[in-house]
Design a protein around this ligand. Structure first.
Ligand SMILES: [Zn+2]
Length: 389
């Protein structure tokens, strides 16, 4: 029964079904709350832990935007709370240093972690909850990332970004009234992350066709339906309409759920993410400013659809890649960067990334196919000219 299609994402918690792909899929998240001004839900859900110790984490930005309010609410309700705020002068990086810092702050009698933020804070909460066997709640502050429901957070260890196994959150609480007012670059990053799914799905079909890799039609259709809703609402997302931000948030949460159905990152991450990983690792290793990850994924999607176009005649007919011009147009409509030069990627780094990004992930993508034809150098030359001259 694939009646998951009739459910809103907030109705999917703990839902399980026998899928046409032969697997039983189960959403392990216990509560998914997406709505207007729903801060009270944080206290309602935390009540399950009574007067046991709760660790509330934020960084200085998310604390001033929302974490302080959550802290005030939980204190007023009499919860046994310890608050920790990352006060990083540099942008917080999800690396071994930040994780160590966090693990030393979380006291041994802590029974619940509540992370207020998106992106990096999410990834750190997941890893610390997993390492300490403590459940965690994600309180989203911006629709910027698809890490909310993910069980495989990427961490940077010795300057190399790797996906680690962890557990999904117990609860996700997304206040769309707050999230619609997030900085526009964060909203654009969320949109870039979602448009990237078009390439993930094509890479997944490619791998199924060429190597018989496991593939779940239901997961793909579920994800594509959520992506199409965001594409349809692109102008409303740009104008911060709350209903459209709600759809974007749903799609971002669904991405993590889809990955848990597949048991791997196929529905969430393809070659467009490998390019974004490559650029991010290069920036971190060389002390340069990183582009916001989702913005890089959006640009990576333009690049990968271009590579699919250059591979015309060499890809299986079942692969239906998105058109690069249409992806670029959508990114422009939301005010996001649509080429690597504007994103701030240096010319030589871009050239290298097209050749080497295939080594970032073990998943087979169009980059591996292009490499097997010996075409990557040529594509790197052509794309560098296209984007930089
Ligand atoms: Zn399935």
């Amino acid at each position: 029964m694939d009646d998951i299609f009739g459910k809103a994402v907030s109705e999917m918690s703990e839902f399980e079904f026998d899928c046409s792909c032969g697997k039983k899929h189960r959403v392990k998240i216990k509560n998914i709350a997406i709505g207007q001004n729903n801060i009270d839900i944080v206290a309602e859900l935390a009540a399950y832990y009574g007067n046991q110790k709760i660790f509330l984490m934020a960084d200085s930005n998310t604390y001033s935007v929302y974490g302080g309010k959550v802290e005030k609410l939980l204190k007023k309700e009499g919860f046994n709370l310890k608050t920790f705020v990352f006060k990083e002068e540099r942008t917080l990086i999800p690396d071994e240093k930040a994780l160590d810092h966090l693990l030393t702050e979380i006291e041994t009698d802590t029974r619940l972690i509540i992370s207020v933020g998106s992106g990096t804070l999410n990834d750190l909460a997941k890893m610390s909850g997993f390492k300490l066997h403590i459940p965690y709640y994600i309180v989203c502050t911006a629709p910027s990332t698809d890490a909310f429901a993910s069980t495989m957070p990427p961490l940077t260890v010795e300057s190399f970004k790797k996906d680690f196994e962890s557990t999904c959150p117990d609860s996700i609480i997304a206040n769309t009234t707050l999230m619609k007012d997030a900085p526009m670059t964060m909203i654009q990053a969320g949109f870039g992350t979602i448009i990237g799914k078009l390439n993930c799905m094509t890479d997944w079909v490619l791998a199924r066709e060429l190597s018989g890799e496991y593939y779940c039609e239901t997961t793909v259709n579920l994800m594509l339906k959520a992506v199409q809703k965001c594409l349809y609402n692109v102008d409303l997302i740009y104008n911060r309409k709350e209903a459209a931000i709600h759809s974007l948030t749903e799609a971002l949460i669904l991405s993590g759920i889809a990955a848990s159905f597949a048991g791997n990152l196929r529905p969430a991450s393809g070659a467009e993410n490998s390019l974004a990983h490559y650029w991010e690792m290069d920036a971190i290793a060389n002390g340069r400013k990183r582009p916001i990850y989702g913005n890089a994924v959006g640009v990576g999607t333009v690049v990968m659809s271009s590579i699919y176009e250059m591979m015309a005649g060499r890809i299986p007919t079942a692969c239906k890649p998105a058109k690069s011009a249409e992806i670029a147009e959508m990114l422009k409509r939301v005010g996001a960067y649509d080429d690597p030069k504007s994103l701030g990627i240096k010319r030589e780094i871009f050239h290298k990334s097209v050749i080497n990004a295939k080594d970032i992930s073990t998943n087979y993508t169009v980059l591996n196919l292009a490499s097997s034809y010996g075409l990557l150098e040529k594509f790197a030359d052509e794309l560098t000219k296209r984007f930089y001259d």
